[in-house]
Design a protein around this ligand. Structure first.
Ligand code: GLA
Length: 730
């Protein structure tokens, strides 16, 4: 589990550690299918000799190769570097030499290689950590810097990892978007020069992009072929992915905390630990990268990745701030009858002096609003229990409205620059987590809420703005640039404390949608909210993008009202369910506003989900038809399709969506993937609507080979039509 900035304590492992102090001809960082080969040259420099498919006999001489962790001052000045620091005497350069390395086995599946480097003159040590996850083919890499100089050493660049490549061409695939429009995938060729993808938002850092990338070598990204490197940075703060191509077409990739406005004065004896970069190499296209990341995530990257998730009803889009105990009671009673398992009370339940009746007041005052909820949270918990539901609640613990008791008491607790007007977003300010007193308040407000209200079994942890006007009352004038590093570090510590004290509480990470989805946060959360946009057609694309790196078990997808509040689109209830069934199902509707037919349809759909969720949550994702026209290998017009196949290949659930009206029916071949070619599979349509497009297949048995070569062919004509079917090995 990647945990940035926590002290590395490997004492328990030291017994199984093998140490090497003589310069080795090579250091193998390996998994089943990947090999990263490092070596030390005659000048004691650490080089990357090879990264790619596993090979017994890769090059083993360090006379060639690029610096494994390029630093400023060793001839790299004309290129981007991983580490750039100023020594306490003002010297701008570093020269790192190999000291020793060790290899340990934290468990049967992981091998940790630690390489110690030191400056050839100054008392500065840099340790590189490579944790290889054997079965999942993922390498996790991070770096630690420490020193014993007389004064502080100032860090200006501090990448987690540097990787180099030498190919004919490079295509970078990454994500862009904004609120309600997250996770758009875009591909661009890399040309000589530097391409930077980053976030400078401070918190809610992934609102416009995500620190994950797919780098395709020697051609455009393909789903089922071609060399691809997938990488994801585990860090909820400002991040940077840098791709530096030189005139010889050599590429250096540097990923880490964004150094923008963040120079860091490191006191002697303190460890600066970077976040982890997770990466894998696949010679079989993006599909393999995804399945490896998902398998890794279920085991190490998201909390309880092998468990199950409850079907929940959320009142946000159903009521917004306009609710009281009576209204909620009706919703809860209806939810119980429909087969939901959890009721989630969203924003608007708190604040008395400044009641939270809209978004301009109350944040920071985490006391139940007595007018709306006179009997408090225990009443709601009890009502849920009587209706066989668990109870969950929304919080936004890092934020404060100026109209709040908290702000009245502690105006100096917010992030803001002196001598400037307050800069509000959604009428709110961010609490300054670089200040330990504020950290304590934030932690204790969650602790109090959960400790004083037994029976809260779920928390939605939101974060609805990013940093503008940065400044901290606490940090003092010399350390203002620490804010963007100290904040996420403290945030992770709060998450960890909450998680330790309340191990049973399910938590969803949300940030005005998908603004905080990263592998440093997810080990503390079971679920994540990808987007406030609940329009099913838009969600196909958003969920598609997210699915490249993040597994469906946490991907919350809620059926909501029509016409959709964001897009105005009217889509059938079946279509809306079919999109959410492919993720972690929930609903944002008031059941009592539905007609009987829709209620019955929903009841059946929820039951269907309970029957298939094991495969959807734990199966391997196969992307079949891309909604992106930019991807020639899988784009097939106005359809999108994906499937989940259980790890043993016994069951597959297939989802097909028609994105746009097609008068010819668009009867394209839907070739399945990941099945056992020799086995027979029986076809069954799921979540049937009033008519069926796939009835020719119903109940019939086909070989896996047939399904993967001839495929399933059926028409869909209308906007927002869909079909879901199951294939069961028999
Ligand atoms: C954010 C979340 C929504 C909802 C609102 C409540 O926008 O993403 O799901 O919780 O806050 O204010």
């Amino acid at each position: 589990m990647p945990r940035a900035f926590l002290p590395v304590i490997l004492l328990s492992l030291s017994m199984s550690t093998t140490a090497f102090s003589q310069a080795p001809s090579s250091i193998r960082i390996e998994t089943h299918n990947n090999l990263l080969l490092l070596g030390v040259d005659t000048g004691h420099q650490l080089k990357q000799l090879y990264y790619g498919r596993q090979m017994a006999d890769a090059v083993s001489s360090a006379t060639t190769g690029e610096a494994a962790y390029p630093v400023y001052g060793t001839g790299h000045e004309s290129r981007e570097v991983a580490l750039r620091l100023t020594h306490s005497d003002g010297n701008l350069t570093s020269r790192l030499v190999y000291v020793d390395h060790s290899v340990s086995r934290p468990d049967a599946n992981t091998v940790l290689t630690t390489i110690h480097l030191k400056d050839s003159y100054y008392p500065v040590q840099v340790s590189l950590y490579y944790k290889a996850y054997t079965n999942e083919d993922v390498i996790e890499q991070w770096t630690e810097v420490r020193h014993q100089e007389k004064g502080p050493v100032t860090l200006f660049d501090f990448a987690s990892a540097g990787l180099s490549f030498s190919s004919q061409s490079y295509y970078l695939n990454y994500f862009y978007g904004d609120w309600a429009n997250e996770f758009n995938l875009i591909e661009t060729p890399l040309t000589p020069g530097v391409k930077v993808i980053d976030s400078k938002l401070g918190v809610r850092v992934n609102q416009r992009s995500n620190p994950s990338f797919l780098l395709s070598l020697n051609g455009q990204l393909q789903e089922d072929g071609g060399e691809v490197i997938g990488g994801s940075l585990a860090w909820p703060g400002n991040w940077q992915l840098k791709f530096d191509v030189d005139d010889q077409k050599k590429l250096n990739v540097l990923c880490g905390i964004n150094p923008y406005g963040s120079q860091y004065a490191l006191p002697a004896g303190t460890v600066f630990r970077t976040p982890s970069l997770l990466y894998t190499y696949s010679p079989e296209g993006a599909g393999t990268v995804t399945r490896r990341f998902h398998r890794w995530a279920r085991k190490y990257g998201i909390l309880d990745g092998y468990g199950s998730r409850d079907v929940l009803l959320n009142n946000w889009e159903a009521t917004y701030f306009d609710f009281d105990e009576t209204k909620l009671t009706t919703i809860i009673q209806e939810a119980g009858k429909m087969g939901f398992e959890l009721f989630l009370l969203d924003d608007g339940w708190f604040g008395n002096k400044y009641p939270r009746n809209n978004d301009d007041a109350g944040l920071g005052d985490w006391q139940v609003n007595k007018k709306k909820l006179p009997h408090g949270i225990p009443y709601l918990v009890k009502t849920c229990q009587e209706n066989h539901l668990k109870f969950g609640i929304w919080i936004e613990p890092e934020m404060v409205n100026p109209r709040s008791e908290l702000y009245e008491k502690h105006p100096d607790w917010v992030i803001t620059a002196p001598n400037r007007d307050l800069s509000l977003q959604r009428n709110q300010l961010i609490l300054d987590l670089s200040n330990p007193e504020v950290v304590e308040y934030v932690y204790s407000s969650i602790d109090k809420l959960l400790s004083e209200n037994k029976g809260i079994s779920y928390i939605k942890w939101d974060c609805n703005r990013y940093v503008t006007n940065p400044g901290s009352h606490y940090l003092g004038k010399d350390r203002q640039t620490h804010l963007f590093i100290d904040y996420p570090k403290a945030l992770l510590q709060i998450m960890e404390r909450v998680r330790k004290k309340f191990p049973e509480t399910t938590m969803m990470v949300c940030s005005g949608g998908g603004g905080r989805i990263d592998y440093a946060s997810l080990p503390y959360f079971q679920e994540y909210w990808p987007s406030d946009n609940t329009d099913a057609a838009d969600r196909i694309r958003i969920q598609w993008g997210l699915g490249y790196f993040f597994p469906s078990i946490g991907l919350a997808s809620h059926v909501s009202n029509i016409p959709n509040g964001f897009t105005g689109r009217t889509e059938s209830l079946k279509f809306r369910f079919d999109v959410s069934l492919a993720a972690k199902l929930g609903m944002d509707l008031q059941p009592n506003q539905m007609n009987e037919a829709d209620k019955q349809f929903s009841r059946n759909a929820i039951q269907t989900y309970k029957d298939i969720r094991d495969v959807v949550m734990h199966g391997d994702l196969y992307r079949l038809i891309s909604p992106y026209s930019g991807n020639p290998s899988t784009y097939a017009g106005d359809r999108a399709a994906l499937s989940y196949v259980s790890e043993d290949g016994a069951r597959a659930i297939v989802f097909a969506y028609q994105m746009k009206k097609s008068i010819t029916g668009n009867s394209i071949q839907l070739r399945l993937k990941g099945l056992d070619p020799k086995a027979g599979y029986t076809f069954k349509e799921l979540n049937k609507g009033s008519y069926s497009r796939v009835k020719a297949y119903e109940g019939r048995r086909f070989s896996g080979e047939y399904l993967m070569t001839q495929g399933v062919v059926f028409d869909m004509y209308n906007d927002y039509e869909s079909a879901v079917f199951q294939l069961t090995r028999q």
